[in-house]
Design a protein. Structure first.
Length: 99
């Protein structure tokens, strides 16, 4: 009876594998989490790109909007699109209706 109690009381220690050893270090945890961080950065860029493109298009002169090759930063930014939008009668009337 004591032999079986003695065998069940012993704890089994698993040998440390490479992955377990890697998880214990700070750089190992970083390396294991890196794919997750890259995925989050990709989703973040994908979600914010339309907002960037709208702002970029508002500062790009009308003649350069559809030019090729594509430029991600306008070479000659201008406020002409804002001047044109704010000077239209429709825009002025819309602001006049606000309380």
């Amino acid at each position: 009876m004591s032999a079986t109690a003695e065998t069940t009381a012993r704890t089994y220690v698993r040998p440390a594998t490479g992955l377990r050893r890697l998880r214990k270090t700070w750089y190992g945890r970083f390396v294991l989490r890196l794919p997750f961080y890259l995925l989050i950065a990709l989703i973040f860029a994908y979600a914010l790109f339309p907002f960037y493109w709208a702002v970029r298009s508002s500062f790009t002169p009308e003649g350069e909007l559809f030019s090729t090759p594509l430029q991600y930063f306008p070479s000659h930014p201008t406020l002409e699109n804002y001047r044109q939008a704010l000077s239209t009668d429709f825009f002025r009337k819309a602001f006049a209706l606000l309380p």
